[in-house]
Design a binder for this molecule. Structure first.
Ligand SMILES: [Zn+2]
Length: 219
């Protein structure tokens, strides 16, 4: 019995190591020429543009979870999301602004923790369906001016209240214009806005991509 069981155990351990590795790290499939990159490959935004400003809230305790839940600040997205975002940023830069990024791809485990704290689909996607963040197609962003100052959007990022809604019109003309500018160009470049959060944009062509729980490499 022991004689038969040992090889089986070794086989299981190897299988576990291989399958665990494939779930835990973002990496492109490789062939002899190197990584195979296509539209849905997860890539790091900084490898495609240096023109973004980062304030990755979940890599710090400054978020509604009150905890640093990412090992390091990095913006991973599917390549098609990166391409659309880079195009949008070029348009903003022509007008004297730049995109500042709060969140990008988000592993499903983090979504589950968010849902436990805010089980309200107006603000946090139910992890059983998954957020577009979990699919690598959503970004949380704002705009900064030439001095690096954030434009006034009326509320802070992750403000869970009616005041953060595109439909809430009891805001100043300046705030309406700022939100309107962000929305107009993001929509032109292939994104949908999300009514209850002025900072959230989904790439239309990424809505049906698969959900992932892979973590990115911080090295
Ligand atoms: Zn979001």
């Amino acid at each position: 019995m022991t004689f038969c069981f040992k090889p089986f155990l070794i086989f299981c351990s190897l299988f576990w190591i291989v399958s665990c590795k494939s779930q835990s790290a973002i990496s492109a499939t490789e062939d002899k020429k190197g990584p195979i990159i296509n539209d849905t490959t997860f890539v790091n935004l900084k490898d495609y543009s240096q023109n973004f400003v980062y304030d990755m809230k979940y890599a710090t305790p400054d978020n509604f979870l009150k905890e640093k839940v990412y090992d390091c600040a990095a913006c991973f997205l599917r390549l098609k999301t990166v391409n659309a975002l880079v195009e949008a940023n070029k348009k903003f830069m022509k007008k004297g602004y730049k995109i500042k990024i709060f969140d990008c791809y988000r592993p499903l485990d983090i979504q589950k923790r968010m849902w436990k704290i805010v089980p309200n689909p107006e603000y946090v996607a139910n992890p059983t369906k998954g957020s577009i963040h979990n699919r690598g197609g959503a970004v949380d962003i704002t705009l900064i001016d030439k001095n690096g100052k954030e434009l006034d959007m009326g509320t802070s990022f992750d403000y869970f209240g009616i005041e953060a809604s595109h439909n809430y019109l009891n805001v100043s003309q300046e705030i309406k214009q700022n939100r309107g500018l962000l929305k107009k160009i993001m929509i032109q470049k292939g994104f949908n806005s999300f009514d209850s959060e002025w900072w959230h944009y989904n790439l239309k062509s990424a809505l049906k991509d698969s959900i992932s729980n892979a973590k990115w490499d911080c090295n």
